[in-house]
Write a protein that binds this ligand. Structure first.
Ligand code: CAO
Length: 571
């Protein structure tokens, strides 16, 4: 007999209101017992809520962005199995403490009885005399034989209290084990791939000042079947308390685990759920190279798939196995320096925009053979015209900038040199018959490139007001993805800031980009005498696979000629 049951959020420890960040199933989906249904996230942890049994999803009651808590209905499941609480109650596999209890409210009574309890406070770890202390795996609830996926410190490293030492992961949750106190790592006793349990010896620490931190009680065991790690006071020295809370006399260190998201910003860990991490590991994908498309740059399974597709097609560069498969660069590891050794420092996480644009810029820089052609356009007359126009139109409110003229001239140059209005697609050059021009906009959070669509159909005033409106939206973080798509050619204008030339990086899959620097009066020889002329530096970077140096020089010379005498645009 099949029955519909409501699958509810189980006891998730101290998490009162968590946000749904991924809904992993849809109506009609057949799910297995333990299959993750949704991912939720607090400021301290991310976790997946698994299905209590097999069945078919009838309806989903939550959506991304919803705030939910214990007892909230996640979905309706058509399932004979799930209708029998006693059966659904026992998790199929030992669960991580960071994972909510598998049993949803539909099975709650049995779950309370059958789900493995949170382990009692960890057995005291043996301490060593003097300032040397053993750091052991603390009480991490039902974590049994969890795998070490990262060792974050090495012998000789100076660590601070609460600095993450290792990351461990089960199939549903990942957590970092922080150092209970400051000190210098004397020996590391675990390596990536090791399976560890509560009490496993992680490393030996020479405590700063020769003393281990004053012991404090372990987090009290929760009545909840499985306690979320964030419920523990992250990173506190929580050593050596027995079941009755008595403190051991030795400086035993017993760190509290901290969930992955808690520590992620500090080290720029890729932001991904445990199942996505596992999926990436199975495919040999280094998640630090994957750009997340989820909220807050979260990496979802599709991002990993997309990365692999790109790697297989030869489109990914960098180290690691995917690079080898794609024929990418093999480079030295990034230098790891303890900057704090040389003076005070402050770690500041990169903004989401910087992470995304950085990954794109890096790819474009290493994959496109760039050459930059520099030229100077005499804009003396055009600047005079621009000033005149702005005086005439003072009341209209639209200020005409040099950028608007440059876009108009670029469109004319693209029409004359169609290879610049193109993209490489394998062995084909895709020539575009539309003229969408992107321009780099500097925002407090980083660089974005809004696109003026059909720039060929727009006049100078329209171009000026559209660039200024898009730049405003960019600065306010209000641009939609659609407003940054479909570009044919980009312009990066630093003219309002300064510089005499630079090498702009091509915005793939475009094949060229124009860098504009600050115009300045220069003496120009007119055949008889030097004349003061306002000269605008133009730096045209081009993809040398598509564009020859001679074509680039012609394009830039033509553009300069148009800007020098704007009447030529009409020809
Ligand atoms: N030479 C001299 N002065 C220039 C100039 C040039 N090439 N270009 C602009 N100016 C002047 C403008 O006339 C304006 O002066 P007034 O205020 O006296 O009229 C002033 O500089 C500021 O202009 P602006 O930068 O606000 O306007 P813009 O239309 O030229 O540029 C935008 C708009 C969005 C392109 C610009 O604000 C911006 O973000 N530029 C940075 C782009 C960037 O970061 N590129 C790097 C990408 S690679 O890392």
């Amino acid at each position: 007999m099949s029955n519909a049951v409501e699958v509810k959020v189980p006891d998730i420890g101290d998490f009162s209101e968590v946000e749904v960040i991924e809904v992993l199933v849809a109506p009609g989906d057949t799910v297995k017992a333990e299959q993750s249904l949704i991912t939720v996230e607090s400021d301290k942890a991310s976790m997946e809520i698994p299905s209590p049994g097999a069945g078919v999803v009838k309806s989903v009651k939550v959506k991304v962005g919803d705030k939910i808590k214990e007892g909230s209905i996640i979905l309706e499941l058509e399932s004979a199995e799930a209708a029998q609480p006693a059966k659904a109650a026992t998790p199929a596999a030992p669960q991580a403490s960071a994972q909510p209890a598998a049993a949803p409210a539909a099975a709650a009574p049995a779950a309370a009885a059958n789900t493995p309890e949170a382990a009692p406070p960890a057995a005291p770890a043996a301490a060593q005399a003097g300032g040397s202390v053993k750091v052991e795996v603390p009480d991490i609830g039902d974590f049994n034989e969890v795998e070490v996926i990262e060792v974050l410190v090495a012998v000789g490293d100076t660590v601070k209290a609460e600095q993450s030492l290792i990351t461990v992961e089960s199939d549903k949750a990942s957590m970092e084990i922080p150092s209970p106190q400051a000190g210098v790592v004397k020996a590391v006793h675990v390596k990536v791939g090791d399976k560890i349990n509560q009490g496993s010896f992680i490393l030996e620490l020479e405590a700063s000042g020769g003393q281990a931190a004053a012991p404090a009680a372990s987090p009290a065991p929760s009545a909840a079947p499985a306690q979320a790690p964030a419920a523990a006071s992250a990173g506190s020295a929580a050593p050596a308390a027995d079941q009755n809370g008595a403190l051991a006399s030795e400086p035993v260190v017993h760190p509290s685990p901290t969930a992955e998201f808690d520590a992620a910003p500090k080290r720029n860990l890729p932001h991904a759920s445990p199942s996505v991490r596992k999926f990436a590991r199975e495919l040999g994908v280094d998640l630090t190279r994957v750009v997340g498309s989820g909220r807050n740059g979260r990496i979802v399974a599709d991002d990993v798939r997309g990365y692999v597709k790109q790697a297989v097609a030869g489109g990914v560069s960098g180290g690691g196995s995917t690079a080898a498969a794609g024929g990418g660069l093999s480079v030295l590891d990034w230098p790891k320096v303890d900057f704090a050794k040389f003076g005070p420092i402050e770690a500041k996480p990169l903004s989401r925009i910087k992470k995304i644009s950085g990954a794109n810029l890096h790819r474009n820089w290493v994959m496109i053979p760039h050459v930059t052609n520099n030229d100077l356009a005499d804009i003396t007359d055009l600047e005079a015209f621009r000033v005149e126009l702005n005086q005439e139109n003072q009341k209209s409110g639209t200020k005409v900038t040099m950028l608007a003229f440059i876009i108009k001239a670029v469109v004319a140059a693209l029409k004359k040199f169609p290879d610049f209005n193109a993209s490489l697609d394998g062995d084909n050059l895709v020539l575009k018959q539309y003229f969408n021009v992107g321009f780099a906009a500097d925002t407090p959070n980083g660089l974005v490139v809004p696109v003026i669509r059909d720039a060929d159909k727009k006049g100078i005033f329209e171009l000026a007001s559209e660039t200024s409106e898009l730049a405003r939206q960019a600065r306010d973080g209000k641009l939609s993805p659609a407003q940054m798509q479909g570009g044919c050619f980009s312009i990066s204008s630093l003219g309002g800031i300064g510089g005499t030339s630079f090498t702009p990086i091509i915005n793939a899959p475009e094949v060229a980009i124009l860098g504009v620097s600050r115009s300045a009066h220069q003496p120009v020889w007119d055949g008889k005498a030097f004349q003061p002329r306002l000269m605008l530096p133009l730096s045209l970077s081009y993809d040398h696979r598509v564009i020859d140096g001679a074509s680039a020089a012609r394009f830039n010379a033509y553009l300069s000629a148009l800007l020098a005498d704007f009447r030529r645009i009409a020809l």
